[in-house]
Ligand binder design. Structure first.
Ligand SMILES: [Zn+2]
Length: 306
């Protein structure tokens, strides 16, 4: 039996877009008889109290998960082990570049924009000694390919760039791409459901998973929720978290109904949605969320609407 997961970053409250992705991850896992695991990605931007609030909101909309909630901050030895493994195989190199250095160096001919230009890949030991005194080093993967193909339930075969990406930041924190791959591998996760803003990072992660000897998971990158301006939904859009909705008299069950409705699924319960869930019938367009009561009021008052 494989497993799916939801992996929120505890940087603030979850909004309807995040909760909708969580519902989808749950539906994908449960409809394929997988376990559903919860992992808090708190290596970066963790805010005090946010984790408790997020987990309470996930429970409030009726989601359940298997086993204990896992925290990345408790798993540093696992990440170190993976880095040691890669280092011992000469698959890492020290990089002293700033973002600006990388932007100014430009990419190699035919390389995708933003791709690491390889500045530090082949420095001599004495060059490294000198650079180390200027700036702490990040560790990058010495990639042996330039692209990799993943399989996505919604996007089919997706081929994307694999460059010499960072696996350990220069502040000593494991990079997102490394932590995610190690966690998914160590937790036996073979189904990754998440927002389609992460589709372009899947080939890097899948390549790294293969290097570390893990089974590459199957993916489902689902459409995001957008605000009325077509931008990614955010808390400042108002009435998009369970807390904000409660102030307008909208409870968690009604919020869940709105999310299930946006997925063209039965709105009465998660089990009713699960009974008919079929990934091939999911909407492929983003969910534009415009039911902010304040916004409606402003629109009614606008001169052109009088
Ligand atoms: Zn560099």
């Amino acid at each position: 039996m494989g497993a799916g997961r939801f992996a929120p970053s505890p940087s603030g409250e979850l909004h309807l877009g995040n909760l909708r992705t969580a519902i989808l991850a749950w539906l994908f896992a449960r409809s394929t008889q997988r376990e559903f695991l919860m992992r808090v990605e708190d290596l970066d931007r963790a805010r005090a109290g946010a984790e408790e609030l997020q987990l309470a909101d996930l429970r409030a909309i009726g989601l359940d998960w298997d086993g204990p909630t896992v925290r990345q901050s408790d798993r540093m030895p696992l990440y170190s082990e993976a880095i040691d493994d890669l280092r011992s195989r000469n698959l890492l190199f020290e990089c002293y570049c700033t973002r600006r250095d990388i932007a100014e160096a430009g990419s190699a001919p035919h390389a995708a924009p933003g791709t690491y230009p390889g500045t530090c890949r082949d420095l001599t030991e004495s060059e490294r000694e000198a650079k180390r005194t200027m700036r702490p080093a990040a560790l990058r993967l010495r990639s042996e390919t330039t692209d990799f193909t993943v399989t996505d339930v919604l996007h089919g075969q997706f081929t994307g760039v694999v460059d010499d990406f960072v696996v350990l930041r220069n502040d000593g924190v494991p990079a997102y791409n490394l932590a995610v791959v190690v966690d998914d591998g160590a937790q036996g996760i073979d189904q990754v459901v998440r927002g389609d803003d992460l589709l372009s990072s899947a080939p890097r992660q899948a390549y790294l998973a293969e290097l570390l000897g893990y089974t590459v998971p199957g993916y489902a990158h689902v459409p995001l929720a957008l605000n009325a301006e077509g931008k990614r939904l955010a808390k400042r859009d108002g009435s998009v978290t369970l807390g904000q909705l409660a102030e307008h008299g909208v409870g968690p069950e009604e919020a869940r109904s709105m999310m299930l409705c946006s997925l063209d699924l039965p709105t009465t319960s998660l089990d009713a949605a699960l009974a008919v869930f079929d990934p091939t019938l999911l909407p492929t367009e983003p969910w534009v969320f415009t039911t902010d009561p304040g916004e409606k009021r402003r629109m009614r008052l606008a001169p052109e609407n009088r």
